[in-house]
Design a protein around this ligand. Sequence first.
Ligand SMILES: Cc1ncc(COP(=O)(O)O)c(C=O)c1O
Length: 400
Amino acid sequence: MRRPPCPLRTSRWTDGGGVAEPDPVPEQTPHLPAPPWFMRPAARAWRCAPAPAEARAFHTALPDYSPTPLTRLPDLAAELGVGRIFAKDESCRLGLPAFKVLGASWAIHRALAERAASGAAPGPVTLVTATDGNHGRAVARMAHRLGQHAHVFVPRGVHPQAVAAIAAEQAKVTEVPGPYDEAVRRAAEEAVGPHALLIQDTAWPGYERIPGWIVEGYSTLCAETDEQLSAAGVAAGPGLVVVPVGVGSLAQAVVTHYRSRPAGRAPALLSVEPESAACVLASLTRGAPVTVGTGDTTMAGLNCGTPSSIAWPRLHHGLDAAVAVSDADTARAAIRLAALGFPAGPCGAATLAGLRAMLTGPGAAARRSALGLDATSVIVLLSTEGPTANPHAPTVPGAL
Ligand SMILES: Cc1ncc(COP(=O)(O)O)c(C=O)c1O
């Protein structure tokens, strides 16, 4: 199988980390071109301040809270030649099929509390947002639960069932015949006046507080993972964490978590994006945030053209590596995970596709070594949505 051409020109340069150029000796699958990737292992030495701890306490107090599973996948570890692979299963988070409600719930709680404290007129507000699916549904769910209204802008390319699921949360839905960035613009224009609040999961200069709370909310997922790894006997923590990226807010939370630990081994952190919307890979490669044109992808939640302004500095300094994958790679990964009994939608399975792209094929030995991986390494894949969140049937001719 040949990969579709990637619209981005990515060069395989390093940023002082001394990573070797890709190994010229073909391995395992010599007919495949190397994936577009970026590597900067110096990121492991970078440190930042931790996230505040309040979001975790807020989530644990919610009536339907329980930690999502961290599932060990021994067959995959054997297949990829590493010690242990765990996947964080976000297919049921606070009653929704994706992790996003962690951020939406905490940010809405903070924003409404702040509004009440400011003496704003009582009465319901309309929580406005743009979404590739999961965030909008989470905002709509929280709005309904809290007696507020929701207005959700949906760009083209979101699965009709995902759009219907947002409407079923009693939200007003406006479909935008353009890409995600356009839907974000429309939502920001709509959220004016004393009875509207923009609850957006991406930031830009002048709009950073609420997206910051959303990122804090995601830290609960990282804290749970630490505890679950400890309980599984992985006291030293993982050697690699793989995170799917849209605008980079989840990756910001992951970088903040692992790069703020005072001591101990810092894991490598790998971001995974669709080839057709790899804005973080393009930005890392350029060394500055860039907007890319986006196309169609089954990975709807990752179909974003611009990194969040507050995520970018953390990703720039704290991510070791980034890779872009195709829809076919992700479909193959979802099918493999399903065969192992693990429920992953396209964005969730993207992390396995990205891991596979980095650990196999031409240049894999150099990439493994740059990521600091060996046959004993522990890897955590963040599988951020279940199949019902974004129900594209993962069909790949000849897939495993
Ligand atoms: C299932 C899923 N995974 C990952 C992401 C990426 O998160 P972020 O946009 O914070 O990078 C999203 C975003 O909507 C998503 O819905």
